[in-house]
Design a binder for this molecule. Sequence first.
Ligand code: AHM
Length: 338
Amino acid sequence: MNINRKVQTLDEFTIQQRRDFPQATGELSMLLKDIALAAKRVNVEVNKAGLVDILGDAGEVNVQGEDVKKLDIFANNLFIGVTRHGVSCAGVGSEENDDIVVFDDPLSNNSKYVMLMDPLDGSGNIDVNVSIGTIFSIYRRVSEKGTPATIEDFLQPGNKQIAAGYIVYGSSTMLVYATRISVNGFTLDQTIGEFTLSHPDIRCPEEGKIYSVNHGNFWQFDEGIRKYINICQKKDKSNGGPYNQRYIGSMIADVHRNLIKGGIFMYPTTSDKPKGKLRLLYECNPLAYIIEKAGGKATNGTERILDIQPTELHQRSSLFIGSMKMMDELESYTRKVE
Ligand code: AHM
């Protein structure tokens, strides 16, 4: 059997990165390993979604007042279970839980990190075989080691993130994660059950030709946003031609594509949702961290996402995220109406 040793697994990659930091304890690598393990299990269930009774509403409504799909619950329980039994995580904040889940056992109380997550983003797409994802954000806890994690550990601004990432369950399953060093993508090799490095040192192109927004909300957007969208449509050949509009309704899939190809994703406030739809702590912050590390930009329209001081676990925000030059152009329109 011919084994290709150019292949680097996620574990090998994190061990290699750790060698550059002799003071590192390895807890972050362990946490990433736990996340990857849970992701592989979720991936199996996502792939079976059309076949088994896991499909469909679980008949519950989550803390945001949205229908909960069975797979959401499965993914939530799995990520919490795996991190609870690992050594690195003192607690989890999840879209699916009203309050933080504090592990509070002797091992976890001595763990260095807490994690925030959206266990299954884009869950409205499960039934129709469209890409969905998991988003996670990791912070060093601020509470004293040896004690249970507290809400303060979770209510830190995004600029304090230690690492952030997502898994996209799509035509292939990919885990992308960022640390302060770089952003790297790993594709799940189903034959060996390992995430393997496929997209080293991801950089978001400075410019792109894709804008992603829910056009159905167009007349609910502020005037500046509407003007920018018109500009996206009106560009002529001299300035790159009109942009393509792509909106999947799974933010992970939209932002992942724009990260690789260049583009801008927008979820502005609307008259129906004056605070925005997306959640700051486990949707906006991790993606903002990743895009900035890859050379892009993320704001809520006026403020850098990563500098917003959160006050609530399930806080909402507007989000504009993507290629640097497209973000700069957007801001020139949002500023004009201020
Ligand atoms: P979810 O957490 O319930 O899955 O909602 C988040 C999703 C994003 O993935 C997506 O970009 C957005 O909601 C779509 O919302 P809309 O249907 O309003 O355009």
